[in-house]
Design a protein around this ligand. Sequence first.
Ligand code: ZN
Length: 308
Amino acid sequence: MYERGAHEVGDGLWAYLQPDGGWGWSNAGLITDGDASLLVDTLFDLALTQQMLDELRAVSLAAASIGTVVNTHANGDHCYGNQLVAGAEIVASTASAREMDEVPPAMLAGLMQATDGLGEAGAYLRDIFGPFTFDGIEHVPPTTTFDGELDLKVGDRVVRLCELGPAHTRGDVVAHVPDADVLFTGDLVFHGGHPIVWAGPVAHWIEACDRMLAFGASTVVPGHGPLGDRACIEDQRGYLEWLVAEGTPRLEAGVAPLDAARDMAGGPYDGWGERERLVVTPPALPRDLGLEPPSDVRPPFGRIGDLR
Ligand SMILES: [Zn+2]
């Protein structure tokens, strides 16, 4: 277990953690120098984001006015709080900005209002997203987009953004603070939980792990889960290699993704959280293999609760 709230991870540098790191319980970060500040990610709803901003302001005067926000990727648990920092420059990859336009907060709010008609999938959505409030969240898109790499300055401090997607999503970005040896990975690392492959290819996510390891950071702030070091990146890489090694022969033999997921769920990662994500993740593999991908992930998603 680990503690919720702001954790100092370097001089003028904080991670904001939300146990237990499951669906929607994401981490964020604050990078400061003097009275300049940069926030890595907002949270899933306005109340949680406001609570985080209040707590960060209690530990750092620089958080009184956030100058820059970096959204590591387009999932709502990393950007739906943007309207509370709407005066800031908001930075994301071009691919992420596009994906944010496609899945705005109103879409999730609408989905949650329609769960009664979605059967098992609806019950599952109410279960995992019930603690969050999506009504009334405005879509606040990035004001600055980039491809590849971008160096930002926070006061005199350099923050290096590096686009390593598509992997978890289409435009995943990590933020490296070289002077403090800290790497904010977004959801390229789920520490202690099954990752979910929305975009893939998985092989590219494995490459992203190698690139994250090459930063040589001594402190790793994952997108979900407790603080870590390079071992949590190595673990994520190991999981993805296992996924390919175990999932590929099953799918090539014609095993349905849901059956493959059931089969693999009892494997070496059984103790990690959210193992039901295996239902969504194996369907990403056929794309990698050049096989016909499932045309619709909703039926397997409807069965996702089976594996909880
Ligand atoms: Zn997330």
